[in-house]
Design a protein around this ligand. Structure first.
Ligand SMILES: [Zn+2]
Length: 139
């Protein structure tokens, strides 16, 4: 797995996605009140931004996003030129990655929404990122 793309995508989800979560149960499931060692690499840039985030992703969320990107990385070369790339990848992520922890430890009202949200954001952010890296490697 590409650690840097995982960091990029998880950091993006943490910065923009988690802030939008209004439900306390969902928040408890997805975030961590402290910066975990697994998160440190996501936030190394933050000191430069001069303001620290108060929202850190939970360890399970980092693992799940990383697993989603592994799925995406494994299939992009085969599907990048086809139609409905985003739908194909999102479906593969939802079918392959273990989202069981969200169902068991998360919020009973929103767990499906959260699974969809993670798969959707991981896909939306990673596809252009993958293409950018791919284009760079061909230059
Ligand atoms: Zn909820």
């Amino acid at each position: 797995m590409d650690l840097f793309s995982a960091a990029y995508v998880t950091g993006f989800i943490a910065r923009y996605g988690l802030r939008a979560v209004r439900c306390d149960d969902c928040k408890t499931c997805l975030t961590s009140p402290v910066m975990l060692p697994t998160n440190a690499f996501i936030y190394f840039k933050e000191y430069k931004d001069n303001k620290q985030s108060l929202t850190y992703p939970s360890e399970r969320l980092v693992e799940t996003v990383s697993a989603s990107i592994t799925v995406l990385d494994g299939m992009m070369a085969e599907v990048a030129h086809t139609y409905s790339v985003e739908e194909k990848i999102r479906a593969a992520i939802e079918n392959t990655v273990d989202f069981g922890w969200i169902q068991s430890s998360g919020c009973s009202l929103h767990h499906q929404e959260i699974v969809d949200g993670i798969a959707r954001s991981a896909t939306r952010i990673s596809v252009p990122w993958w293409c950018k890296r791919r284009n760079r490697s061909l230059m």
